[in-house]
Design a protein around this ligand. Structure first.
Ligand code: AMP
Length: 215
């Protein structure tokens, strides 16, 4: 199954994508994670993407398509994939559809994480992220270890530059202007977009997602 996760920044796509990927035993492909790793490693991709990411802008569509081409070609993705934050513009929706069609596949489901904007601002401004495993934390301070029960700490918590208030405002505006048209794109081309109420505990939101996927 190829599943596209749509929704504004802070809606929980990454966290739920991780859970769904484990549950369905397919990889999660998150362009944001790939880009952050490239920035951290100082690769040419990272150098190209960093300024746009720090501002809360999108990186160019052709950069994203390059990442996706490689990710979809990996053997792990043969069974399917969860695409988290991958399709953020209508040209990317076209590009991903064409790439999948070339290998005889298609997007099977589109889940839209639905959440009010004031809740997003609240969530993002209180979020820290592990600089290694990328796991998000709420109510924890930068500099603390990435430690939760049952999880060996792998890094240190940092405040993502794009979780600063100005960048959050910018990302929400970019979502409204450039990403929300992707909802109509899928309504037009299929598959049907299924809205999921993204407010609730991790387990509740996951159960809603699994239910619409038929699990
Ligand atoms: P995320 O972790 O998904 O919130 O992504 C962090 C940042 O990476 C975004 O604000 C963009 O600057 C960039 N990014 C990630 N995925 C995409 C994409 N599909 N298209 C354009 N920019 C992206």
């Amino acid at each position: 199954m190829i599943i596209v996760l749509l929704g504004p920044p802070g809606a929980g796509k990454g966290t739920q994508g991780e859970r769904l990927a484990a549950r369905l035993d397919v990889p999660k492909i998150a362009t944001g994670d790939v880009l952050r790793a490239a920035v951290r490693d100082g690769t040419p991709l990272g150098l190209e993407a960093k300024a746009a990411m720090d501002r809360g802008d999108l990186v160019p569509d052709d950069v994203i398509m390059g990442i996706m081409k490689e990710a979809l070609a990996s053997p792990a993705a043969a069974k399917g994939a969860i695409l988290d934050g991958v399709v953020r513009t209508t040209p990317q929706a076209d590009g991903v559809a064409a790439m999948l069609s070339d290998i005889g596949r298609k997007v099977d489901a589109v889940l839209l994480f639905d959440i009010a904007e004031d809740e997003l601002v609240r969530r993002l401004s209180g979020r820290t992220t592990c600089d290694n495993c990328q796991r998000p934390f709420f109510g924890r301070e930068p500099g603390e270890l990435c430690a939760v029960e049952g999880h060996v700490p792998t890094g240190t918590l940092v405040r993502r530059k794009d979780d600063e208030p100005d960048a959050v405002r910018k990302r929400l505006q970019v979502y409204r202007d450039q990403t929300s048209p992707v909802i109509n794109w899928y309504e037009e081309h299929g598959p049907r977009v299924v809205r999921i109420d993204a407010i609730g505990s991790l387990e509740e939101v996951e159960a809603r997602a699994l239910q619409v996927l038929g699990y």
